[in-house]
Design a protein around this ligand. Structure first.
Ligand code: NDP
Length: 452
């Protein structure tokens, strides 16, 4: 059988680009990649990168207020959203060009087209062209999910935020996960009056209770209204804005309603099921630990597989796929002990088990301290930080670490190295503190707050 390519990748996001680059650049496979939208995928174009830049932008008002407490004659003027958006778009253009240059430097042929599968070795491009490849990698990512209800078409999603013509003055954010909490903080920081409505009893379900309670408190202290146990049943356009009707409660009038109620994998219309590729209940492609589907020549990585929806995980899966299939080294990606950070203000960094999950597994000790960080305390802010370690009573291994505070993302990355290596509480205790820092609290926690 003759093939046009050794590998055809569908999707130019984090996972697909890494797989293509390694298969072609390192292992000299003949690789093509099709992307129907902008190169870079969710992370670069409408996710992590523009979001983080907006996090930076939204933090300045607090910093300027702090500067005044530190003696500077500083006041924040207005925020120039169109100017910021133009510079943000220019940065995304630059990053997209870098991605394209990386692919072409690695020898990957790029098609700016949608590709669908025709048979286990053939893809059809939206131009009509048919191409044959020994292997096909599906890396089509995911997209925001908005539940169906009257007026749901009035809702916007995280995809729409970056291109908004003007900043809304009053926003309702629906959802309580990463995206809802991050954008509630961003929009609040940029000057909007924000109400976050989440259906659970608290935001950030699945995160450590003490940590998420502290983040919720801090968000409320800053002026974000958090309404838990709320489901929106209708949106309609009123004379002064959008009217959101909660299942039980008063109608709320806002200028924008941002839905951040999860994401779904992009699997429809690709021809996957007809080929025999297994699709799970959430629409995700079912793969084994080598990212191989039920059709041996078809693999899938990243959010489309619904394992852990994080860019660094997709990158690892794409790399491991290339190593396994083209590099002669069978590699699997561990989905355990994956650290992550919610870029709220304050940030919440986490790795390993929550206190509740660890307690359900075995007897534990909990070491925790909550305090006002020096920098913001001096500035007169009430923000509290949390440093927390969950320790196994029997092995003394640190099972989980949860940090709330400035730069929690930077700290959790390093804590994850130690915890991934199997560090015990005694290893943490033996480490000399760097003083004065927030992170030193992780190595100076002497007495357990509780044992159970
Ligand atoms: P999440 O899964 O984190 O949160 C979804 C939220 O929506 C939950 O609060 C959920 O409630 C709620 N929800 C789901 N369905 C409904 C519904 N029908 N009505 C009302 N509420 C609903 O999803 P996100 O969209 O925030 O993010 C998607 C993924 O992207 C994340 O899981 C994460 O993997 C990744 N991501 C990571 C980031 C980071 O690393 N900083 C940043 C942004 C995204 P409940 O809890 O009750 O189910």
């Amino acid at each position: 059988m003759t093939f046009d390519y050794d590998l055809f990748v569908i999707g130019g996001g984090s996972g697909g680009v890494r797989a293509a680059r390694i298969a072609s650049g390192e292992y000299k496979a003949r690789v093509a990649l099709a992307e129907e939208d902008r190169m870079g995928g969710t992370c670069v174009i409408r996710g992590c990168v523009p979001k983080k830049i907006m996090v930076f932008a939204s933090a300045y008002p607090d910093q300027i207020r702090d500067a005044a407490r530190y003696g500077w004659d500083a006041t924040a003027g207005g925020f120039d959203w169109p100017g910021f958006r133009t510079r943000l778009n220019a940065e995304l253009d630059r990053l997209e060009a870098t991605y394209r240059a990386t692919l072409s430097g690695a020898g990957v042929t790029v098609f700016n087209a949608r590709a669908t599968l025709v048979d286990p070795h053939t893809v059809r491009l939206s131009s009509g062209e048919l191409l044959r490849a020994r292997y096909i990698l599906v890396a089509t990512g995911g997209r925001p999910f908005v539940p169906g209800f009257p007026g749901s078409e009035l809702a916007i999603t995280s995809n729409d935020v970056f291109g908004m013509p003007s900043l809304p003055g009053r926003v309702m954010v629906v959802g309580g996960g990463y995206i809802a909490t991050e954008f509630a903080c961003i929009l609040h920081g940029l000057g909007a009056r924000v109400t976050l409505a989440c259906r659970g009893r608290q935001i950030l379900r699945g995160f450590d209770d003490e940590a998420r309670n502290l983040v919720a408190e801090a968000m409320q202290d800053r002026g974000i209204k958090i309404r838990c146990g709320v489901t929106v049943t209708r949106l309609e356009r009123g004379p002064g804005g959008i009217l959101a009707t909660p299942a039980d409660g008063d109608i709320i009038e806002v200028d924008a309603v941002l839905y951040a109620t999860g994401r779904v994998p992009n699997t429809e219309g690709l021809g996957l099921a007809a080929l025999g590729v297994g699709i799970g209940a959430r629409g995700q492609i079912l793969v084994d630990r080598y990212s191989q589907t039920a059709v041996p020549s078809v693999f899938a990585v990243g959010d489309v597989t619904g394992r852990i929806n994080l860019t660094p995980v997709a990158i690892r899966e794409g790399h491991a796929f290339a190593d396994t299939v083209f590099g002669g080294t069978a590699r699997i990606v561990s989905h355990d002990l994956v650290p992550s950070t919610v870029f709220t203000q304050p940030e919440l960094g986490t790795v390993g088990l929550t206190e509740d999950a660890a307690r359900a597994q075995e007897p534990i000790e909990v070491y925790a301290t909550s305090f006002r960080p020096m920098q913001t305390q001096f500035a007169g802010r009430s923000d509290r930080a949390l440093m927390k370690l969950i320790v196994s009573q029997s092995s003394r291994r640190v099972l989980g670490c949860h940090i709330v505070g400035p730069q929690a993302g930077e700290m959790i990355q390093l804590a994850a190295v130690a915890i991934g290596m199997g560090a015990t509480k005694d290893d943490f205790d033996r480490t000399v503190a760097v003083h004065p820092t927030l992170a030193e609290e992780l190595v100076t926690l002497r007495r357990p707050a509780r044992k159970s």
